[in-house]
Design a protein around this ligand. Structure first.
Ligand code: MG
Ligand code: ZN
Length: 367
């Protein structure tokens, strides 16, 4: 009597189990089907003032190699601003970050006085996590182009105020004094901490901190040159940040600036340019490693303009020595290269205006 009864339940039980298994498999299957539709991560790297000669000098000085040789596609961008053939970093930063040519000196505002939305802000709307890393102060023109709207790049305290209210998750850079030693006597550091930010002053605290909003001020003022002891290396900042971003499981957008390649150009100082390029190149290397392992990441490396009108005149490949000359202590008008690798990297081949970087990035993350 009992046996068929038990057998009935056993059969039912087995059916139930296999049903559950099937639906679990179904779920896994549909997940893996959509894996390619996941919005890609973006690592956008800007070597400020990094023309082709700066890259070449850096390459020859480190045994004729650069991480850029691993890039898949190469393009060229035209850097002229709205009103001048020779751009500054505010107008070119705005062009790449926000897709509009504007007046030199202006950040995040178009020539008709329109407030512009940056690609970083566009990504936030798409539920991305975001980060900004610079080897200058964090309120300098290039990083500011991604979060601020000001008519003059010199409004550092106003730019700091705009970062204080922004939704960027992680930032690293100098310029803490613009937050806590201000004309208006406000202490933006305590204000930000009250709003849930964790703010730190060294790499190990940055690595240890586990918070959705995290800022690391490397220096109170502008950071020094790498060959005068700036610490940490850019590569360390990048690795620590990429690890955090990867752990959040959301897609991410990060802008990384090798800020002082430009300052070496302004100083017409070849060793300064080369040492800053090397610091930047190592960060490119680890970004590429990350992208290779991750498989759903776009790495973009470019400059905002060329600085110095730099040309190489002499050198020795074996000794890795390079010397050259400059046509200006300002910026020059030559096009600058764009290197891309990974997800949707092919979008960046060809010759185009600097504003197209914004449009292409928008396409790359999915409009
Ligand atoms: Mg800059
Ligand atoms: Zn400059």
């Amino acid at each position: 009597m009992c046996n068929p009864f038990i057998a009935f339940f056993v059969v039912c039980f087995i059916n139930l189990i296999s049903l559950l298994n099937l639906s679990a498999q179904d779920q896994q299957y549909s997940k893996s089907l959509h894996i390619d539709d996941k919005p890609p991560n973006v690592i956008f790297m800007i070597g400020d003032g990094m023309g082709l000669t700066h890259i070449t000098a850096g390459m020859y000085s480190q045994k004729n190699t650069t991480a850029l040789e691993k890039m898949e596609f190469i393009g060229l961008q035209k850097t002229h601003s709205h009103n001048q053939l020779i751009t500054d970093s505010a107008a070119s930063g705005t062009a790449m970050a926000c897709g509009q040519k504007t007046y030199n000196g202006v950040i995040g505002i178009g020539p008709q006085n329109e407030q512009l939305e940056s690609i970083l802000e566009y990504c936030i709307k798409k539920d991305y996590n975001t980060a900004l890393i610079a080897t200058s102060s964090i309120v300098h023109a290039t990083p500011a182009s991604f979060y601020a709207n000001v008519t003059s790049r010199r409004e550092y305290e106003n730019i700091a105020l705009q970062l204080r209210y922004h939704d960027v998750n992680y930032f690293i850079g100098g310029g803490q004094k613009h937050f806590n030693r201000r004309d208006d006597k406000r202490n933006l550091l305590t204000e930000m901490e009250d709003d849930g930010y964790i703010l730190v002053n060294n790499l190990s605290d940055y690595v240890d901190a586990n918070n959705e909003k995290l800022g690391y001020f490397t220096y109170s003022d502008e950071p020094p040159r790498i060959n005068e002891g700036r610490k940490p290396q850019l590569e360390e900042l990048v690795s620590a940040t990429l690890e955090k971003l990867e752990n959040t499981k959301k897609p991410f957008f990060v802008m990384i600036e090798g800020s002082q390649i430009d300052w070496g150009g302004h100083a017409n100082d070849v060793p300064y340019i080369i040492s800053e390029f090397k610091d930047f190149d190592k960060a490119i290397e680890s970004s590429l490693e990350f992208a290779k392992d991750n498989g759903n990441t776009l790495v973009l490396v470019t400059a905002d303009h060329e600085t110095g009108g730099f040309a190489i005149e002499k050198g020795n490949l074996k000794r890795g020595s390079v010397s050259g000359d400059f046509t200006t202590i300002g910026h020059s008008g030559s096009m600058v290269p764009v290197f891309s690798y990974g997800k949707n990297a092919d979008l960046f081949k060809g010759i185009y205006e600097n504003t197209a970087i914004f449009d292409k990035l928008k396409t790359a993350v999915g409009e």
